[in-house]
Design a protein around this ligand. Structure first.
Ligand SMILES: Cc1ncc(COP(=O)(O)O)c(C=O)c1O
Length: 368
């Protein structure tokens, strides 16, 4: 049996009548950018994340860029982040004219390691940009206390982690701002690109709103150099239909994760993902560390079972970012992870027989 790595059409089918209705209403409305539909979704999303404000933007990349700019990050500044992430995390820093500086990761959670962060703080450091990789928040308590002591801003890259929690606080509600992506493969996905900034800071929210609309509050009056980064009404309407079901999606992802845990626990060649103390992982990805990763990926592919490697090469080792001055060997845990990680299908609508198929193919590979 073939098992897809991801299939959004199954989820769409479960919402078909509501989606058809809001898409038609959106087309008929004649109002396609921002407007009440986006404002309504923003309010619901802020309520979900437990923040005072939410600002819809064109993508997760833009959410990061605008949030950093609204935090005052600019030329000459350094922002500490991880090299084990999607490229957009550091693009956003660079778009602000600032420099990404890489801390190493914790081997168990793949997230930024607070002591490694402390060791690279200097006078130029203005912010920390932790990524909640695969759907789990990093050690926010320690990161926030570092920011407090050193007077740094904290912007969360929560693009993979909507709905994740740490000690009762939701992703997006920890620092100065939280940034989300609604790219279709995310836990809450739309039918194209979309993103969101969450914050409890009214001034920051206001600046993000102005920045997303060409730096203008009043038509043809420009307060600052802005961007065209607005969320479409159609995407907001689709997201608003799906948002009330997000906790159910996360629940199903967690059940799928439990299935894998139970059935793969005895394979010595596999390290299962760790749920850190106090954390609720929402498994945008279920990521293993394995021996002979590339061979296992090829074995699953030969059986038509989807898997992915996020990420095969950490960002500091790419040609485009060599100018940052990092080299091989600088981030040992990051560089080890890139050779061992692989993600299994985990999307909420997978059937138990599909999960069993994945498990049996892995067992066959390790001859268990
Ligand atoms: C960690 C991370 N940061 C940023 C982004 C950028 O989001 P988008 O693709 O919506 O621009 C993504 C997703 O693609 C991501 O996974």
């Amino acid at each position: 049996m073939a098992v897809p790595f991801f299939d959004i059409t199954r989820q769409n089918r479960s919402f078909q009548p509501q989606l058809d209705q809001v898409i038609k209403a959106s087309v008929d409305s004649g109002r396609y950018i921002l407007g009440q539909t986006v404002a309504d979704f923003e309010q619901a999303a802020a309520g979900f994340c437990g923040t005072k404000h939410a600002i819809g933007v064109a993508s997760g990349t833009d959410a990061l860029h605008l949030a950093l700019r609204a935090c005052g990050i600019g030329p000459g500044d350094e922002v500490i982040t991880t090299a084990f992430t999607f490229v957009a995390t550091i693009e956003a820093i660079i778009y602000c004219g600032a420099k990404p500086v890489f801390a190493d990761i914790e081997p168990k959670t793949f997230n930024i390691e607070p002591r490694s962060v402390t060791s690279i703080i200097n006078k130029k450091t203005k912010a920390i940009l932790p990524v909640s990789l695969y759907g789990q928040t990093p050690d926010m308590q320690n990161l926030l206390s570092i920011c407090d002591k050193r007077g740094l801003r904290l912007v969360e890259d929560a693009c993979q982690a909507i709905g994740a929690e740490q000690n009762g606080t939701k992703s997006g509600a920890f620092g100065d701002a939280g940034c989300f992506s609604f790219f279709p493969t995310k836990n809450l996905g739309c039918f194209g690109d979309g993103g969101l900034i969450t914050t409890n800071n009214g001034n920051l929210a206001d600046e993000c709103r102005v920045l997303r609309g060409h730096g203008s509050r009043e038509m043809y009056k420009y307060e600052m150099i802005g961007y065209n980064s607005r969320l479409d009404a159609l995407q907001a309407a689709i997201l608003h239909v799906k948002l009330p079901k997000l906790d159910d999606f996360s629940h199903n992802r967690r059940i799928n994760a439990e299935f894998y845990r139970k059935n793969l626990v005895n394979i010595a060649e596999i390290s299962l993902p760790t749920e850190a103390k106090g954390c609720k992982h929402v498994y945008n990805q279920f990521t293993l560390r394995v021996k002979e990763r590339d061979k296992l990926v090829a074995h699953l592919r030969s059986k038509n079972i989807g898997s992915m490697v996020y990420y095969p090469l950490a960002l500091h080792l790419h040609q485009a970012y060599s100018y940052l001055g990092f080299k091989k060997g600088d981030l040992p845990e990051t560089e080890k992870a890139q050779t061992e990680v692989m993600s299994l299908p985990i999307f909420p609508e997978l059937t138990e027989s599909e999960l069993a198929e994945v498990v049996s193919a892995i067992k066959e590979f390790y001859k268990k």
